[in-house]
Ligand binder design. Structure first.
Ligand SMILES: NC(=O)c1ccc[n+]([C@@H]2O[C@H](COP(=O)([O-])OP(=O)(O)OC[C@H]3O[C@@H](n4cnc5c(N)ncnc54)[C@H](OP(=O)(O)O)[C@@H]3O)[C@@H](O)[C@H]2O)c1
Length: 254
């Protein structure tokens, strides 16, 4: 964890929920927001040991964090997550909808369960968490919501009909909710990573993939976290809402 100077710690006094923060991109986002001064709720679905490890790391560095187990696709668990964060920190300023799964297979082999599991976690989860957290943000008249989409939702990817449908859905959801919440000081943006080195991409064949990435390498979780931090922590981002930001080594050029 970096020890940033006081002048950069623009998130002091703010509270962030990062879903799926036990590993990968979510973990990097949680660390980054904590370094910028936020108190962070580390959500996870099953990796309790990993989540508690990040909490310990943040706490040792002088920050505030709690680990909260909740399956983002389940309405009662999402309500309990938000209630727990309110009990502990008494406000919610930032929500990063990052939790996601893949169940990759070609269309004709895709079972309804593969379709539904991915839609439930990657799209319904974003809806449920945004609905629950935005109620608090509306009262506070300030909020920052970031939804993690994917290049797959913009350009498609064979074997990911379920995942690309969910991630495209996240982009449409982002734009509508940005319009609904704008008048209350809440911005809503999407970040679309390309191939980032995490557990999710560890079994892919890099040689097949690298030829589609102009910068010629996988991204690091910290590179996605930097974009999220800009959007939630930098005063210069206050006039940005309803947008999609690619962090993809140049894969998608609109
Ligand atoms: N890696 C990439 O190349 C890439 C590219 C584009 C977009 N993305 C998106 O970026 C996000 C993070 O991906 P990643 O690569 O960091 O994935 P990852 O390493 O597989 O980590 C996924 C995280 O999501 C959590 N999670 C899964 N299902 C959940 C549920 N139902 N409720 C709550 N948490 C749940 C996991 O918690 P447990 O540990 O408890 O299971 C874990 O913390 C995802 O939305 C993914 O689609 C990733």
């Amino acid at each position: 964890m970096r020890n940033l100077p006081e002048s950069l710690r623009t998130l002091q006094g703010k509270v962030a929920i990062v879903t799926g923060a036990s590993r990968g991109i979510g973990r990097a986002i949680a660390r980054e927001l904590s370094e910028y001064g936020a108190s962070v709720a580390i959500n996870y679905s099953s990796s309790s040991t990993a989540a508690e490890k990040i909490v310990a790391e943040i706490t040792q560095a002088g920050g505030n964090a709690i680990a909260v187990s909740a399956d983002v696709s389940k309405v009662e668990q999402v309500e309990a997550l938000v209630n727990k964060v309110m009990e502990k920190f008494n406000r919610i300023d930032i929500l990063v909808n990052n939790a996601g799964i893949t169940r990759d297979t070609l269309l004709l082999r895709m079972k309804p369960e593969d379709w539904q599991a991915v839609i439930d976690t990657n799209l319904t989860g974003v809806f449920l968490c945004t609905r629950a957290a935005s109620k608090i943000m509306l009262k506070q008249r300030w909020g920052r919501i970031i939804n993690i989409s994917s290049v797959a939702g913009q350009m498609g990817n064979p074997g990911q009909a379920n995942y690309s449908a969910a991630k495209a859905g996240v982009i449409g959801f982002t734009k509508t909710v940005a319009k609904e919440l704008a008048s209350r000081g809440i911005t809503v943006n999407a970040v679309a990573p390309g191939f980032i080195a995490t557990d999710m991409t560890s079994s892919l064949n890099a040689e097949d993939i690298l030829k589609y990435i102009p910068l010629g390498r996988y991204g690091q979780p910290e590179e996605v976290a930097g974009m999220v931090r800009f959007l939630v922590a930098d005063p210069a981002a206050a006039y940005i809402t309803g947008q999609v930001f690619n962090v993809d080594g140049g894969m998608v050029m609109a």
